[in-house]
Design a protein. Structure first.
Length: 360
């Protein structure tokens, strides 16, 4: 539940992350035209202001919440911030919040659409995903937010998103020639390796299981194997017996995968097994498997017509990032930005080229 709240907080850094990326990219270059910030003694209270953007304060708690949200996302991906990079991380997160505030201020200077209706629609969907009002209240409590704070941040995020999207949609253009040129100069990216589609039935064996448990688990998979030999349907038996809860409802289907996508023992059998034949029992670190290959795709080069739509989306995405980055740069150049927290470099100082890339 808490994850939904964390995502909301970190999404607020959309525009600001563009600034952080640009600062990293331009490390060692000349200083930008942003007004030189004023750096004073470090703030200590959650309500203390750590920066001002055109006179609007950013509170310490907002900085701490954004940092925690991003750290949580990194940790979920098995990454963390080395101690020696903490100052770079702090500076980049603050820059993200400054960028966010700049875009928010600029967006509010224009006529806005029916934001409140969209906010209520989104709020309703979030509550549904959290299991209703009780789940929503619990998630807010875990995140240390009031409903009013949450709705305000949700509203601001929508304003920021719509503002950036409007700028990008107005300026981002990709021609058919651009798409074909990308395909022709990146042919190696459109090589599809040999792939198989397989289904499996898994009986899980816990890590560190005793020999007695392993024997019991082996007996379970042997029972399923016997049922298959008696004419049982693989998909139906997978639904009934497989302990892979993700694939069991779909008859054990793993979809297509290339060599190396699965653990070695499974991979070796999958690419050697004839189509529609059931394997012997395969032992992996997860437990005991029976698998059946249901289809194969030979290695091939994807034709242009098959991938041009995806190339267009990719190129538009890249152009969008460039346009959004320039938009935020222009806003920063015309803004008065004050950094009021000690230990952080001024907002117009280039970030270390080794600084971690902070993204929403």
């Amino acid at each position: 539940m808490k994850k939904i709240i964390v995502v909301l907080i970190s999404v607020a850094a959309i525009a600001g992350s563009v600034v952080a990326q640009e600062k990293t990219k331009s490390a060692g270059g000349s200083a930008s035209a942003v007004t030189t910030p004023v750096v004073s003694a470090s703030a200590t209270n959650p309500t203390d202001v750590v920066a001002r953007v055109n006179g609007v304060g950013i509170a310490r708690k907002e900085l701490e919440d954004a940092e925690q949200a991003l750290l949580t996302q990194w940790q979920q991906r098995g990454r963390d911030i080395p101690p020696e990079k903490k100052a770079d991380f702090d500076r980049q997160v603050l820059d993200e919040l400054i960028g966010r505030e700049l875009v928010l201020q600029e967006a509010r200077s224009h006529k806005l659409g029916d934001t409140e209706t969209l906010v209520q629609q989104e709020l309703s969907m979030i509550k549904t995903r959290l299991g209703g009002e009780a789940g929503f209240v619990k998630a807010l409590k875990e995140a240390g937010l009031t409903e009013e704070q949450y709705i305000r941040r949700l509203r601001e995020n929508m304003i920021i998103r719509d503002s950036v999207n409007a700028v990008v949609e107005k300026e981002a253009k990709v021609t058919p020639e651009d798409i074909k040129a990308y395909y022709d100069t990146n042919r190696e990216r459109f090589h599809q390796p040999e792939m198989v589609r397989a289904s499996h039935i898994l009986i899980l064996v816990p890590a560190g299981a005793t020999s007695q448990v392993k024997t019991q688990k082996l007996a379970q998979i042997e029972t399923v194997q016997s049922l298959l030999k008696q004419g049982g349907q693989f998909a139906e038996l997978a639904k009934k017996f497989s302990e892979d809860t993700t694939t069991a409802p779909n008859g054990g289907d793993l979809d297509y995968f290339p060599r190396g996508a699965m653990v070695p023992e499974f991979d070796a059998v999958a690419f050697a097994l004839p189509t529609n034949k059931v394997s012997d029992i395969v032992t992996t670190k997860f437990g005991y498997h029976l698998l059946m290959v249901t289809d194969r795709k030979p290695a091939r080069e994807l034709p242009f017509d098959e991938v041009k739509a995806n190339i267009e989306k990719f190129l538009l995405g890249n152009r969008g990032i460039e346009i959004a980055r320039k938009h935020v740069q222009d806003l920063r150049a015309a803004a008065k930005i004050e950094v009021l927290i000690g230990g952080l470099s001024p907002a117009n100082s280039p970030a270390s080229k080794d600084a971690p890339a902070v993204k929403p």
